[in-house]
Each structure stands twice: as structure tokens, then as C-alpha cells.
Ligand binder design. Structure first.
Ligand SMILES: Cc1ncc(COP(=O)(O)O)c(C=O)c1O
Length: 408
């Protein structure tokens, strides 16, 4: 484990040239692409073009002239190879939370007579809150949360939907999607996956693994920009039988007929609600284009390679000062890893002050995300060295690193 070894691995990396697709500031090692992806080089000019030529010069004619009206489906189609899903099963819309709410509600309504929404204890808060919100509207529903290893036995005939985050936002633990889909289907339940920490980071095969429904963030590994819209997936076989609870004109079969009551589109568009956010879609398209020509198998292998190299480097350099709080087996995790340290928050602040950007999750977890397209083995090595130095010389123990900021 040395810097030389890291450089050898970088030289052999089939994705090494992808880094050039991004603006990566000099002197910064960015290990937070699992929270906010880096800026693609083409985004600024593309946005300027959309703003000045399409919005500025072509004004409202752009809905037809530049096909704005179809962007939620057209741009979502670019996710098809990353997700292993058909283009007509995908949409870009809303935020992840809103998409979750819509699909959770659709799933429950699609399984009448069943009242349980089953999920994992410690699921991402917004997923839990969305389910709680749905239950406030339908007090007959129950949210059941169990540990990851108790999920199969908790699946009974009362479960309408099993909804899970595929790669855990904290530990990075990855569920066996195919096995859980099969288990849920064997009791007649639907599945809804939050793919926020999976898409663009690990290999996915939604069709092959029998997924019913899924959502995910556009601003993490997909590089769509801060607050980018989310995506949603509804298996083709379910589209005619499920309905969005937020029926808006963009989900109507013929929005420009301006009819008096709602008739859902007969395809994935029934899950649209209101006017698409064109500038955000334009930025997200640039993010998705950073994956062009990249195979999911390479992404998966690079995620495994980088995270494994980093774990070994940190453990070699830091010894038992830190504890790995992610699965050790790379097949069981995504593309981020967390290490626990009693002063994890302060250590992370000290790292950020040195230009190595990760983030912190309570109670004591330092989280490091490795974006397969732009992170290098050298990044992983230099970050591990810095963690070790900060821990060994106690340079985290300064007032400016101890006070909690609003966003951690
Ligand atoms: C698993 C997961 N789901 C959802 C979200 C965020 O949802 P939204 O895009 O609605 O803010 C995050 C944000 O980090 C997340 O980690």
C-alpha cells in the first residue's frame, strides 16, 4: 500500500480518462460525490445555451421547437443502461421524496386489503417521513420497521409494499435486490427501492431482478447539480394498474385538451404532475451524459477497487484508531465507506480544511464517497494519509473544528 501502488492502479484503470469530463478544483480531493456530484465540464455552457437561445430567444415556442415537453421522458431514457430498465419505464420528476411518496401511495393502493408498509429500521429519514405522511392520510396503514436480517421473515400476507434503500446512506450496506424482490413477490407484495446511493455507483438490473418500483436522486453520482430533480421507475407491467396520488395536468392523457377531470396517460407519463423544471433537466442531462460510453460493469469494478483500496490504506495507516462501519465484503456495499471515530465530526472538519472533502453522519461516522467516474486510487491514498496524520497529531482538536455546522 503506497502512493506508487495507487498510481499503478490508476494507470490500469479503464475509466481513468472520465475524470477529464469534470471540473475538479486544483488542490481538492473530492470524496462526497455520493452527496453532491461534481460539476461536468459541459454543464455551464449548455445551461447558458438553454437560457439564452431557447428561453431567451425562442421563448414559449421552445416547448415544441426544442421538445421541452418531452424532456422528462427523453432525458430519463439516458438512465436506461445504468438501471437495467427500459426507457419507457423511467421519468425525471420532482424530488426523491415526492417521487417516493407518489410511488409508495400508488403501491399501497395497488394492493387493496393489505395494510403494512415494511421497511428497514434506520432507513434514510426522508423515506420514513414520506411513509409517515402517507399514514397520516390513511390511518389504517401501518409502518413496520425491522432490522435488515429480519426482512424476509417480516414479509407476510398483510404487506402491501416492501420499501428499502438499496445502498444504505450511512453504512453503505447493499441489499440483495433480486432475493428481496422474489421474497416480496412470493407473499404478493410490491417492492419500492430508493436507489439514491446506487445509481451511477454500482451495477443495477431492475428488469432482470424483478423490481416493481424505484426512485433515486439526480444530484449524487448522477452529477445533475444541487437539488437536481429525481427519477422514478415503474415496471411496464404495472403502469396501467397504478396511479399517482398527485394527479396533475402533466400526467393527463391529453394535457392540452384542458378537460374538466383527470384521465391518466396510459404510460409512464401518468406519474408526472406539473410543469417540468427545464433548467434543472438541462443540467441533469449533462450529468447523465458523463456516463456515455461507460459500462456498468466497469463502474461496479471501480467502486469495488477504490473502496477496498481505501479501507486497506486507512486500516494500515490508522490501526485501531478508527473502526470500519461498512461491510468488509465489497459485494455487500456500495461505493462509499464509513469509518467510526469518537471525534469523527472534528476529524472530518480538519480534513475539509486540508482540501479533502467527505462528510459526517451521526453519531460518529466519517463518510467517504468514491465516484467511479472521477475519483482515483491516488485520491484514496492521499485521503487515507491525511486521516492518519490528523488522528495521530490530534490536529482535529481545535475550536474551529469542534462546533457543528448546519449541514454536516
Ligand atoms: C437514500 C436517500 N433518499 C433520499 C434522499 C433525498 O431526497 P430529496 O432528493 O427529496 O432531498 C437522500 C439524500 O441524501 C438519500 O440519501
Amino acid at each position: 500500500m503506497t502512493l506508487d501502488k495507487a498510481r499503478q492502479l490508476d494507470a490500469a484503470d479503464p475509466l481513468r480518462e472520465m475524470r477529464d469530463r469534470f471540473v475538479l478544483p486544483e488542490g481538492i480531493i473530492y470524496l462526497d460525490g455520493n452527496s453532491l456530484g461534481a460539476l461536468p465540464k459541459v454543464t455551464s455552457a449548455h445551461l447558458r445555451e438553454i437560457v439564452e437561445r431557447q428561453w431567451g430567444a425562442d421563448l414559449i415556442t421552445s416547448w415544441n421547437r426544442h421538445g421541452w415537453i418531452d424532456w422528462p421522458e427523453r432525458i430519463a431514457g439516458k438512465l436506461s443502461p445504468l438501471l437495467g430498465a427500459k426507457p419507457n419505464e423511467l421519468l425525471i420528476a420532482d424530488s426523491t421524496t415526492v417521487c417516493l411518496f407518489k410511488l409508495l401511495s400508488a403501491a399501497v393502493a395497488g394492493r387493496p386489503g393489505r395494510s403494512t408498509i415494511l421497511t428497514q429500521r434506520g432507513n434514510f429519514p426522508t423515506d420514513l417521513y414520506a411513509a409517515e405522511g402517507l399514514i397520516r392520510l390513511h390511518p389504517n396503514l401501518v409502518l413496520k420497521t425491522v432490522g435488515a436480517d429480519e426482512l424476509p421473515e417480516a414479509l407476510g400476507g398483510d404487506v402491501a409494499v416492501l420499501f428499502l434503500t438499496h445502498v444504505d446512506y450511512r453504512s453503505g450496506m447493499r441489499h440483495d435486490m433480486a432475493a428481496l424482490n422474489a421474497a416480496a413477490h412470493s407473499v404478493g407484495a410490491l417492492t419500492l427501492w430508493d436507489l439514491s446511493h446506487s445509481t451511477g455507483a454500482v451495477e443495477l438490473d431492475l428488469n432482470g431482478s424483478g423490481c416493481d418500483l424505484a426512485v433515486g436522486c439526480g444530484y449524487k453520482y448522477l452529477n445533475g447539480g444541487p437539488g437536481a430533480p429525481a427519477f422514478l421507475y415503474v415496471a411496464e407491467r404495472l403502469q396501467a394498474s397504478l396511479d399517482s396520488p398527485i394527479s396533475g395536468w402533466m400526467g393527463h392523457a391529453n394535457p392540452f385538451d384542458f378537460g374538466p377531470s383527470f384521465v391518466p396517460a396510459d404510460d409512464i407519463r401518468r406519474f408526472l404532475t406539473g410543469t417540468p423544471s427545464i433548467l434543472s433537466l438541462a443540467a441533469l442531462e449533462c450529468g447523465l451524459d458523463t456516463f456515455s460510453g461507460v459500462s456498468c460493469e466497469w463502474i461496479e469494478r471501480k467502486a469495488e477497487g477504490l473502496t477496498s483500496f481505501f479501507v486497506e490504506a486507512v486500516e494500515t495507516l490508522c490501526g485501531d484508531e478508527v473502526v470500519l462501519a461498512s461491510p468488509r465484503d465489497p459485494g455487500l456495499r456500495g461505493s462509499h465507506v464509513v469509518f467510526a471515530h469518537a471525534q469523527g465530526y472534528a476529524v472530518m472538519q480538519a480534513l475539509i480544511a486540508r482540501g479533502i472533502i467527505g462528510d459526517f453522519r451521526p453519531p460518529n461516522l466519517m463518510r467517504f464517497g468514491f465516484a467511479p467516474l472521477y475519483n482515483s486510487y491516488e485520491d484514496a491514498w492521499l485521503a487515507a494519509e491525511a486521516i492518519s496524520q490528523i488522528i495521530h497529531d490530534h490536529s482535529w482538536d481545535r475550536p474551529q473544528f469542534l462546533g457543528r455546522k448546519r449541514v454536516t
